[in-house]
Design a protein around this ligand. Structure first.
Ligand code: FEO
Length: 394
């Protein structure tokens, strides 16, 4: 049985591929795999919007072939250079004389990845339109969502936004639409994706949402995961995430050598919980950093703890802090805590990271060897204090 295309609107087909096996997207753990969504618009000029990872080329072409002869493709829109979307572009070009449409930066990127010396390429910028017959494609540059070259393609007559990475989810499924998996479930996967890929670019996301609000969108067809038949839900979620709208939630992240830091973490969590704040606790050695980042995205506060080893934090905490500094969450309340034996270091260094991130940083809690009952009370009180401050801010 051949892979089937899915007609998402009259004459517009999903011709992508589902990747059930992938578990890692440059360090971001994707436990449900992903999909690489390419779209075929059949009009007087036949247009393929994005391709797939190279190893899925044949699967994509089999889907295309059930609608049109691949040699009949007139345009290939490359919304994004990253090879989960452009990986099969050169293979498609072997089959057709199609003109490749991309941004200026897209052209530079594509021509570093592939030999494009013989390709006909058309560079577009925001607001440019291309008539393909009954339909018009409009392009909007979306730099840093997710690379500098990105753009989205809007099919004006059908009101479909082919948004590439934006609004995507790393989520492999047999279903193609948000409603089929449940809109809330789709938003949950989109949040994980946003937190780990787009969190640093909140200001740019806000500006682009503003720009996109001027066009009428009935469907958002991203290049990963399910298609949004309820575009308003994901647009609202993006607006909230881009503004770091916080909930009454404290995330406690730590690692521990001999359970002292772990006991402090639990006391902080219990203190915050006693004030009615939602608390999430992660021992970073056991939990996945990608999941923790999704919780931090909309948390009011973050408490980070580590035992001191070799005058610094534990390697697991170091790895977490590296990711945190890269993803740059904003507007959070923060505190560092931990235990030490003969000389400290970890708590001070965690505090420095929190300050660098411009969190509102509370005085840290550092305890020597085992926490006494009195010291655990201080940790509990710290949790209470954080909860009160989170409630004031939200
Ligand atoms: Fe899905 Fe930036 O690639």
């Amino acid at each position: 049985m051949k892979p089937e295309p899915v007609e998402i609107a009259k004459g517009i087909y999903w011709v992508g591929a589902v990747d059930w096996e992938e578990r890692d997207f440059h360090g971001f753990r994707i436990e449900r795999g992903s999909s690489y969504n390419a779209y075929l618009v059949v009009d007087e000029k036949i247009t393929l919007v994005d391709t797939v990872k190279q190893r899925f080329f044949h699967e994509m072409i089999e889907r295309v072939s059930q609608v049109v002869e691949p040699s009949e493709i007139d345009y290939i829109v490359s919304n994004h250079v990253e090879t989960d979307h452009s990986g099969a572009l050169a293979d498609v070009k072997e089959l057709t004389d199609a003109t490749v449409i991309c941004t200026e930066k897209g052209k530079k990127g594509l021509c570093k990845h592939f030999d494009c010396s013989e390709w006909e390429m058309k560079v577009v910028k925001t607001g440019d339109e291309l008539s393909i017959g009954r339909r018009t494609l409009m392009f909007v540059e979306t730099p840093m969502l997710h690379w500098p070259d990105n753009m989205v393609t809007y099919v004006k007559e059908d009101k479909i936004l082919m948004s590439n990475d934006a609004f995507g989810q790393h989520f492999a499924s047999v279903e193609r639409y948000d409603e089929e998996v449940g809109v809330d479930e789709a938003v949950r996967w989109a949040k994980l994706y946003y937190a780990n890929i787009l969190m640093p670019f909140g200001e740019l996301v806000k500006r682009k949402l503003e720009e996109l609000s001027t066009i009428e969108i009935e469907m958002i067809a991203p290049s990963h995961g399910v298609i949004w038949k309820n575009p308003q839900r994901i647009l609202e979620a993006y607006s909230k995430w881009a503004s770091f709208v916080s909930e009454r939630k404290l995330v406690v992240v730590y690692d521990t050598m001999w359970e002292s830091t772990s006991r402090i973490a639990k006391a902080i969590a219990e203190g915050a919980g006693s004030e009615g704040v939602d608390v999430r606790v992660f021992r970073v050695r056991n939990d996945d950093i990608s999941d923790i980042m999704a919780e931090i995205l909309d948390a009011g506060g973050v408490a980070i703890g580590s035992s001191t080893m070799h005058n610094t934090f534990l390697p697991s905490v170091s790895s977490f802090l590296t990711s945190l500094q890269g993803l740059r969450p904003k507007g959070k309340l923060g505190v560092a805590f931990g235990s030490y034996g003969w000389s400290g270091g970890a708590v001070k260094q965690i505090t420095e990271v929190l300050e660098k991130l411009r969190f509102d940083v509370l005085p840290p809690l550092q305890i020597r060897y085992r926490p006494t009952d009195e010291e655990l009370r201080k940790a509990f009180d710290l949790g209470v204090n954080m909860a009160e401050k989170i409630k004031e801010r939200v």
